[in-house]
Design a protein around this ligand. Structure first.
Ligand code: IMP
Ligand code: MG
Length: 177
């Protein structure tokens, strides 16, 4: 059972919103005159995807993938499988992968390579949070909302064993385990 008194606020909804708006501004500038396919990574990225999408001004399609690498564990197992794939044909399109947080980079590397092989004009990555010190594989992340320390975070889509995704702010766990 979750013990919310062990949650300490890390980013408020206002700070999250400011980061989302800054990212959207960069994306709107970079893709001006182009069309985009946003590929959200389920489930964690849903809130970020929805908020980012509201600020995107270029013509945009949305797709979702669901990958499994973690299960209920809190660290990546390294093996990635596709649970739900995109439906759209991304040939000759600009693809932007939307993640809420990058840790080892394994999940994203797998998805990035896979989408690149589908014949798009470009594939880039946007993440709200980046735990760069935890990176195990190299993956090119073009847009980063906030670099963060190695902490386990919950809220705003991020879960602890599937709970707490609904919290509008982001928290870190004082006593993880
Ligand atoms: P990676 O493959 O190790 O980069 O794992 C990335 C995925 O693990 C993210 O998309 C999240 O779903 C999950 N994840 C990584 N760090 C956290 C965290 O601090 N809280 C909750 N989920 C996390
Ligand atoms: Mg995720």
């Amino acid at each position: 059972m979750l013990d919310e008194k062990n949650f300490t606020k890390y980013l408020s909804r206002h700070e999250i919103d400011a980061a989302v708006q800054t990212l959207a501004g960069q994306i709107n500038r970079d893709y001006e005159g182009q069309e985009l396919v946003l590929v959200g990574v389920l489930k964690g990225a849903v809130l970020f995807m929805a908020d980012l999408l509201r600020h995107i001004k270029v013509p945009t399609e949305i797709e979702f993938v669901r990958l499994s690498s973690y299960g209920k564990a809190r660290t990546s197992s390294g093996t990635v499988t596709i649970l739900k794939d995109i439906q759209a044909d991304v040939r000759n399109k600009h693809v932007l992968i939307v993640e809420e947080i990058i840790d080892s980079g394994r999940t994203l590397k797998f998805l990035y390579e896979r989408l690149k092989s589908a014949g798009p004009i470009s594939v880039e990555i946007v993440t709200l949070l980046d735990k760069a010190s935890k990176r195990v594989v190299d993956v090119p992340v073009k847009y980063i909302g906030r670099p963060i320390e190695d902490q386990f975070l919950v809220g705003y889509g991020l879960d602890l064993e599937e709970y707490s995704r609904n919290l509008p702010d982001i928290y870190y766990l004082k006593y993880p385990n």
